[in-house]
Ligand binder design. Structure first.
Ligand code: FE2
Ligand code: FE2
Length: 306
């Protein structure tokens, strides 16, 4: 990968600075950092047995906007069984806890993206359970938001250019943090954190690459979907599911998202849950974005920039 120059510091949950403004993040600089990292490596612990995660996930199955997606108890059980196997090391769990206490939106978002990605990975990938589990640890994707001030994350008015840059920093920060914690700059979890705002057509950030990784693209689509249908600080009223899916179909049409993944999301939102291959995507746009949206979402892509 091309080194990425950072404009803001990257620090761990214990306030250890890994990169300062002007430093370059690359596989090589991370390898170097990892080699200097103190040992022993902390032992991973079960995600579901951490703090209130199990109960929080149980209650998220009842989220109104996810009612149809999570309408099949057997399928939900399978998601929980997979989540049961997810293990994370203590500093990563502590980062999740940071959001649980200080930024509920990000906490809830991380868990929901993880849950829906698991459903889609099962459906779309001919992947062994191990890979599906790996796909679910990936959605610690927003962990880099610990390096973005809370007043930017929770701002209720439009961000200025500098604030937006600081917010977008969460991708590179998350990449560095997960690479460092998991001692693997090439592993899926770190790559997801870095690339989850990239797009297939190269219109994303931080690098503007043409995304083409089936697992990452599942998380990308779930990320956009949840961002649309959830309340956000700058948009008290969320998109309804139909309008959100319209946006995703539009993004797939212009080549930004994987249409297979979008089709699967549409099928999970239908009561009858047809197989995604049989799920026709309507070209008709029937929904309308919410009113009083302070952020004034101008383009489809803008909808997922936070
Ligand atoms: Fe993000
Ligand atoms: Fe996200």
């Amino acid at each position: 990968m091309q080194p990425i120059e950072v404009r803001y510091p990257i620090y761990t949950i214990d306030q250890v600075e890994l990169f300062a403004p002007g430093d370059f993040v690359s596989e090589e600089t991370l390898d170097d950092l990892i080699a200097r990292r103190p040992k022993p490596v902390p032992q991973p612990r079960s995600l579901l047995d951490f703090e209130t995660t199990r109960a929080d996930i149980q209650s998220l199955f009842d989220t109104p906007s996810y009612r149809i997606i999570f309408s099949d108890a057997k399928r939900n059980r399978e998601v929980l069984d997979l989540l049961e196997k997810v293990e994370l090391i203590p500093p990563v769990l502590a980062s999740l806890d940071y959001f649980r206490v200080l930024d509920k939106y990000t906490y809830r978002h991380i868990l929901l993206v993880m849950m829906v990605s698991a459903l889609l990975a099962r459906e779309l990938l001919d992947a062994p359970p191990d890979q599906v589990i790996e796909a679910m640890t990936g959605p610690m994707h927003d962990i880099g938001k610990i390096c973005v001030p809370l007043d930017i994350l929770q701002k209720t008015t439009p961000l200025d250019m500098e604030e937006r840059r600081h917010l977008e920093h969460h991708t590179v920060a998350g990449y560095a943090l997960l690479a460092y914690y998991l001692r693997d700059p090439r592993g899926l979890a770190a790559v997801v954190a870095r690339d989850h705002h990239e797009r297939r057509d190269g219109t994303g950030y931080p690098r503007g690459i043409h995304l083409q990784d089936p697992l990452v693209e599942i998380i990308v689509a779930c990320d956009v979907f949840d961002a649309l249908i959830s309340e956000r600080p700058y948009r008290p009223q969320s998109y309804d599911n139909r309008t959100a899916l319209d946006v995703l179909v539009g993004m797939a049409d212009k080549g930004a998202l994987d249409s297979r993944v979008v089709r699967a999301l549409v099928s999970f939102n239908r009561q009858s849950h047809p197989h995604y291959k049989d799920c026709e995507l309507s070209q008709e746009r029937r929904g309308s974005p919410p009113a009083n949206n302070l952020y004034q979402l101008r383009s489809d892509d803008d909808t997922s920039r936070r």
